[in-house]
Ligand binder design. Sequence first.
Ligand SMILES: Nc1nc2c(c(=O)[nH]1)N[C@H]1C(S)=C(S)[C@@H](COP(=O)(O)OP(=O)(O)OC[C@H]3O[C@@H](n4cnc5c(=O)[nH]c(N)nc54)[C@H](O)[C@@H]3O)O[C@H]1N2
Ligand SMILES: Nc1nc2c(c(=O)[nH]1)N[C@H]1C(S)=C(S)[C@@H](COP(=O)(O)OP(=O)(O)OC[C@H]3O[C@@H](n4cnc5c(=O)[nH]c(N)nc54)[C@H](O)[C@@H]3O)O[C@H]1N2
Ligand code: SF4
Ligand SMILES: [Mo]
Length: 680
Amino acid sequence: MKSFINEKTGVFPSVCPLDCPDQCGLLLHKEDGKITKVSGDPDHPVTKGNICNKVRNMTHRIYDEKRLKYPLRRIGKKGEGLFERISWPDAIDAISNRWKEIIKEEGPESILPYSFYGNMGNINAEGMDRRFFHRLGASLLDRTICNSAGSAGYRYTMGGSFGIDPEDTVHSKLIIFWGINAVSTNMHQISLAQKARKNGAKIVVIDVHKNQTGRFADWFIPIKPGTDAALALGMMHILFNESMVDEDFLANYTVGHDKLRKHVEQYDAQKVSAITGVPAEDIQKLARLYGETSPSFIRIGNGPQHHDNGGMCIRTISCLPALTGQWLHRGGGATKGNSGFLSFNSSKLQRPDLLVDKNTRKINMNHLGEVLLDSELDTPVKSLYVYGSNPAVVAPELNKVRKGLLREDLFTVVHDLFLTETAKYADIVLPATSSFENTDFYTSYWHHYIQIQQPVIEAYGESKSNTEVFRLLAEGMGFEESELKASDEEMIQDALNEPINSYMEDISLEKLRDHQYLKSNNKPLFPGNLPTPSGKIELYSETMKKDGYEPLPTYIPLVEENHPFLFVPGPNHNFLNSTFSNNEKHIELEKEPSVHLNKKDADALGIQHGEMVKLWNDRGECHLKANVGENVLPGVVVSQGLWADAPGKKQLVNFLTPDRLSDMGGGAVFFSGKVSLDKI
Ligand SMILES: Nc1nc2c(c(=O)[nH]1)N[C@H]1C(S)=C(S)[C@@H](COP(=O)(O)OP(=O)(O)OC[C@H]3O[C@@H](n4cnc5c(=O)[nH]c(N)nc54)[C@H](O)[C@@H]3O)O[C@H]1N2
Ligand SMILES: Nc1nc2c(c(=O)[nH]1)N[C@H]1C(S)=C(S)[C@@H](COP(=O)(O)OP(=O)(O)OC[C@H]3O[C@@H](n4cnc5c(=O)[nH]c(N)nc54)[C@H](O)[C@@H]3O)O[C@H]1N2
Ligand code: SF4
Ligand SMILES: [Mo]
């Protein structure tokens, strides 16, 4: 495999490793063996040389003094952050010896891996780790913290994560950003929307918070959290009633349009207005705008699916483009995620066949705290191995998570670039390389390009990549299987060389090396390529009925909680989830954590703009600075950012969020919790 490590000076191709849909092509500028600048690759067909501020400042993170340089063993109390340096062989011995004991006493299911996509590189995020834990027989982890409710909902309607090609959205005449803060979280969709706008497109944003994206809109529609399905159903009612539907498309490409037509009669504008807080005349206006404009595109975000009813909500919104036949028009349709186009051979990469006991339990990651504290489990969790994630900040119900992490009998290992909040609870901490030090391949979940990363700088200190650590752990455990010794290149070949997906037929490691990025085959979804059971858009879904859901799109209210304010704690502009929340440069850009509340509510509580408020509920509390205005509806409070622990401050929002699961996919419901507010 090519490596640029020995080339001390020059400009080298790279890819942004962060969990962000844009997956930008990067250029790393090197002098004397060090990266001095990160810029966008102007040749990348979608991201075109523009990157966000977070990653333009990436050198501050990869050369941050606080980066972990060598393995550590805990010498203080859990959570205190006191460690001593140990060698790699000692670290691997300590882990494998302890695991052998635990397996003897409790069986391998008592070991729980916990990871997410801190680095989106496929072989590091879901390659050798999966092979290793399958071979070990550890508990499986259901990785549900991000978009699983929305993906499940969208799949019922459309068969999988297949939307329109973002490059086509320059042709759209109406773009609806629905529950997505795209200015912060999908900036190149904003660039494409700006192009479309120059060609006459209108831009509508539907959100619970008038943030940067709301301000970018031609028309901002504020909505009550968790009520979007009702709005979509109200729009459908008007589209049918006023004959703005495409009857040919409905007849040829959908199932259940007659049932839907009857079903939506109950969602008249008055009723929908009472549910959503959107005035009836705006519902009319929106439905007509949608019914009369073609091509129209709905970019569906993660916000509406981080709710109790999130799956059904996305299922419902994703029915809309079918009603007006948008999928046949270039620039028309919707996108929730596009990972279906770039799905690779994950069985060959992850080797589930290495797991002998097919009844091995699967633990939902949103229940981490619950599971660590559950003394009734047949097999208690005795060891936790965390990588590519920071659950002590990002997981719901943090009081439970942290109490679980404090358990003296829990053997915790954390592999990260930094001594994160989670790492402070670890018995053993392992230093991770940054993606620029690794070999990997990347597949966007928004645009249609696959990209390769070849190492550009040498490993920082004694840090190692995820794949390397799992090879060492396999050796430590005495596992002899050749799959556990495979090189990074071999794993990429395994993932790509026998495609399971005709969109990926022309892609191989060899071609990627020559081209840096390649696009999946672009066959249109219609006619004939929709992977639903019927091959058509399922407005009525038999599968849903079998799975115990209402087969037609439906509005279901959120779970009631006994506090006055719905609390929506989203991510912010200058961090990526909790990544960058520990880097001075990024904190400086973001300034300080705050909570948006409506002027009416602030007046009633006697809270002035800029004062500190306590947000609390039965789960915990959090202190944020009041940002008083008209950016949120009365009864709603919104914060931005997964801030880090800071001495003397209580600024972590996830002490307040519920660990209930959404209606579908076992998803997280970060935005469905309620809180009370007090002036401090
Ligand atoms: N800068 C930056 N970029 C990121 C991230 C980051 O942390 N920072 N995180 C990355 C990750 S992992 C993800 S999953 C994506 C997430 O990015 P997005 O898809 O944008 O999701 P969120 O920011 O969680 O929420 C989107 C919007 O939904 C709104 N919202 C909340 N509840 C509702 C509702 O019930 N109805 C409606 N209509 N709107 C609602 C919120 O106010 C917010 O503006 O971004 C990725 N990109
Ligand atoms: N309140 C609230 N909570 C949320 C959300 C929200 O909107 N609101 N969003 C949720 C969503 S959508 C998501 S996706 C999750 C994300 O939550 P996480 O997946 O935990 O994401 P990060 O906080 O970015 O943490 C990633 C960690 O991985 C480390 N890392 C990076 N690269 C590597 C590597 O190559 N190897 C190893 N071993 N480690 C590496 C980073 O240093 C960082 O500490 O948070 C969820 N939590
Ligand atoms: S975080 Fe997103 S926008 Fe920023 S460089 Fe990475 S992929 Fe591009
Ligand atoms: Mo996410």
